[in-house]
Design a protein around this ligand. Structure first.
Ligand SMILES: Nc1ncnc2c1ncn2[C@@H]1O[C@H](COP(=O)(O)OP(=O)(O)OP(=O)(O)O)[C@@H](O)[C@H]1O
Ligand SMILES: [Mg+2]
Length: 264
């Protein structure tokens, strides 16, 4: 159900959109939809390219292999990578009366992503006033998140992992939409630059009362020097859940699952 939002061209008219009521109704739909999801875990970094999506997909596969019902919502609309990481074909999703059915990987991970809606290789483009595209894009992306959360019929899930794009904005939009603040899994590489970005993101998350589960240090043992995970863990009083080398074996995800299993 797309929101009926006025554009700048329509500001001289009386507002008949009743936006607050629309948003309240959609938040209710999100809460109803997620009533069968035990836990929402936001995978957050603040920094780009550190392996959020890689870790999200690995963890979701590890959870599925350990017998838990796991799903991934790919909340990166411009660079959706989760279907590829789960070996799912693009541009495949099915619409049911009850909503959109998530795609299911060979290991049983349920997934929804913009990549399932876009033609292979095509960028995301919103229809709207062309001259104001940059103004509307953020609003439309927030509305897209709301629609994904309200429309995807996950069924019963133990964990819904949400793979976020870099920055904290999508996390803030997510936290506003959910009935309760999500748990947070932070991903960093060892460097001080990554540590600083993750620290900012975790502070933004704690401002919104989200519970940090722990930090995963990715790309360990390669060219990146530093001890970001230990420093973040000490500062926020959270565990280092894993140190993930380049091209890890599947055991590494099993170890994360066993460490977070009790808190997930
Ligand atoms: N431990 C690893 N071993 C090998 N390749 C990795 C590892 N972690 C990440 N990669 C690769 O590095 C690239 C960046 O990882 P990924 O896309 O998961 O980062 P991201 O934090 O999600 O990026 P973005 O900020 O763009 O969303 C990808 O090609 C991914 O497959
Ligand atoms: Mg990513």
């Amino acid at each position: 159900m797309p929101l009926n939002i006025r554009t700048y061209h329509e500001l001289t008219e009386r507002d008949r959109s009743d936006l607050p009521a629309q948003i309240t109704a959609q938040r209710r739909r999100v809460a109803d939809r997620l009533a069968t999801v035990r836990r929402v875990v936001a995978v957050l970094s603040g920094k780009g390219g550190v392996g959020k999506s890689f870790v999200t997909a690995g963890l979701a596969r590890g959870l599925a292999r350990s017998g838990q019902a796991s799903g991934v919502l790919d909340a990166d609309f411009n660079g959706p990578t989760i279907p590829a990481l789960l070996s799912l074909p693009v541009a495949r999703c099915t619409l049911h009366e009850d909503g959109i059915a998530p795609a299911v990987s060979a290991e049983g991970v349920r997934c929804f992503s913009m990549a399932l809606l876009l033609e292979d290789g095509r960028p995301l483009a919103f229809r709207g006033p062309e001259t104001e595209g940059h103004v509307w894009r953020e609003t439309l992306e927030a509305a897209t998140l709301r629609e994904f959360l309200a429309d995807v019929a996950w069924g019963t899930l133990d964990e819904l992992l949400v793979d976020l794009p870099p920055g904290v904005q999508r996390f803030q939009e997510l936290a506003e939409l959910l009935p309760a603040p999500p748990a947070v899994l932070a991903v960093t590489i060892p460097t001080p630059e990554s540590r600083d970005a993750v620290r900012r993101a975790l502070r933004a998350a704690s401002d919104l009362k989200a519970t940090p589960l722990g930090v995963v240090e990715n790309m360990v043992g390669g060219p990146f020097a530093g001890s970001a995970a230990d420093e973040i863990a000490a500062e926020f009083g959270i565990p280092v859940l894993a140190r993930v080398p380049f091209h890890p074996s599947d055991d590494v995800w099993e170890s994360v699952v066993s460490k977070v299993g009790s808190s997930l």
